[in-house]
Design a binder for this molecule. Structure first.
Ligand code: GTR
Length: 433
């Protein structure tokens, strides 16, 4: 008993003190940003200058992609995991008749074990089909993002959150619709877009120290108990799930698979960027407050740093990434090159003024320094060289950016900008504008 109490005390102190210790190591003070030199996306690993879009696509892009996979997000493992689709529910009268709503269960199986991800899809009834779509994962499940109360209640593990009706790590009826503020479903439908979403914990529950849950074990080779040093962590698993959702959308018929924008907030924004960088089927990528390990430059060491993120969330990136703790200058890349991997497809990066932990300026610079790759394709990247004032989006080029006034969140203001950007690039006039 005494031993158990002692263990509990150690655990308690670690969880309480670690963030405090880490916070002391960080700063949110522009004058403390060190001098740094960013790797040049347009110099190949054997020192040649990239001079054309073709050379970028054929030589340089694959090099950078491989480095991000091996050194940071982890390689997607090869293996014979198959996917099958089970249509759980369909309604054509969702949202008072405005939308068709489908719940599709994607079963992943290696022949012995299986697991699933529930994809919730809303499609506008009045827009000409096939429609463009937004695809993104949520933090608390499909039943939280919609005002409708007949959506499958997730049975998967969730982080405790009393305010959201989560008890013993499971959602309850009280969890329904608690996240509608982040998902303006009806507005998205009114503007002629479909929305597809799934719970990120269906792919990998977001906690460290257990390598037996989520989808990774389906890929383990005999006697393997955890991903290899260069294989995927949780962010890789979430990105993989987005790719599987895309596989489904390609078969749906009501959705235009050539116009799918992948979007994510915060840690899921990191996953959306990685999904869009590694899978060229995503026609647009949207990073909302993705910060460290997302759109923000690591070498600035402003707010959250590589060491801090790897310590607080050791399961997000691969093992190799830990060698860059307090060693950012040794990274073979920086996050501007993650954004460059998305070129020439449009990408939108958003920050929030009070979200200094995510380093808004570092996120802006991530976009700015990706611009020269867009220019190779004859596109303007970010249409500003200085960070714009709050609430003044810069979105005329292929890299959009805004700094929203307020805190770390995904708001209606953000969504409106993303829909404007999608209107612009998907060439659609929505019904009401
Ligand atoms: C924070 C983490 C960030 C960001 C955020 C979130 O604790 O430090 O990197 O991912 O969580 O996902 O809300």
């Amino acid at each position: 008993m005494l031993k158990l109490n002692l263990l509990y005390l150690i655990f308690f102190l670690m969880t309480q003190l670690t963030p405090a210790i880490l916070a002391q190591e960080t700063h949110e003070d522009e004058s403390k940003v060190p001098d740094y030199q960013l790797p040049d996306p347009l110099i190949t690993s054997d020192g040649n200058k990239v001079t054309s879009a073709q050379m970028w696509q054929e030589v340089r892009r694959p090099e950078i992609l491989q480095q991000f996979a091996e050194q940071m997000y982890g390689k997607f493992p090869e293996g014979s995991v198959t996917t099958s689709y089970q249509m759980m529910n369909t309604r054509t009268d969702a949202l008072n008749g405005k939308a068709t709503r489908k719940e599709v269960r994607l079963w992943f199986s290696n022949g012995t074990d299986s697991t699933y991800m529930d994809l919730l899809v809303y499609i506008p009834n009045e827009a000409p089909e096939p429609v463009p779509a937004f695809l993104g994962l949520s933090f608390y499940g499909n039943h939280t993002i919609s005002p409708e109360s007949d959506i499958i209640l997730s049975e998967k593990w969730m982080p405790e959150q009393a305010d959201f009706g989560i008890e013993n790590h499971r959602a309850t009826e009280a969890s329904r619709s608690v996240r509608v503020n982040r998902w303006p479903v009806e507005k998205i439908i009114d503007r002629g877009y479909a929305l597809a979403t799934a719970y990120y914990g269906d792919l990998d529950p977001d906690y460290a120290g257990d390598d037996k849950n989520g989808i990774q074990p389906l890929f383990y080779k005999e006697r393997q108990t955890q991903p290899e040093k260069d294989e995927w962590g949780s962010i890789g698993a979430w990105a993989w799930g987005l790719q599987k959702a895309m596989d489904y959308l390609e078969t749906d018929g009501q959705i235009n698979p050539a116009q799918v924008a992948v979007l994510g907030h915060s840690r899921i924004g990191k996953a959306a960027l990685w999904a869009g960088a590694s899978d060229e089927r995503f026609a647009m990528v949207i990073s909302n407050d993705s910060g460290c390990g997302g759109a923000a430059l690591s070498r600035r060491r402003f707010g959250e740093t590589v060491k801090v993120i790897n310590t607080a969330f050791p399961h997000w990136f691969n093992e190799n990434f830990k060698q860059y703790n307090n060693n950012e200058d040794a990274l073979p890349f920086d996050q501007h090159e993650l954004i460059a991997l998305i070129a020439p497809r449009p990408v939108y990066i958003a920050s929030a003024s009070q979200d200094l932990w995510a380093d808004p300026k570092g996120e802006f610079l991530g976009g700015l320094h990706a611009s020269l790759v867009y220019e190779l394709f004859g596109h303007e990247g970010l249409a500003a060289t200085e960070m714009p004032p709050a609430d003044q989006p810069v979105a005329s080029g292929y890299i959009g950016y805004h700094l929203r006034t307020g805190k770390h969140d995904l708001t209606e203001y953000d969504w409106e900008r993303y829909m404007d950007f999608a209107d612009q690039h998907f060439g659609k006039g929505s019904k009401d504008n």
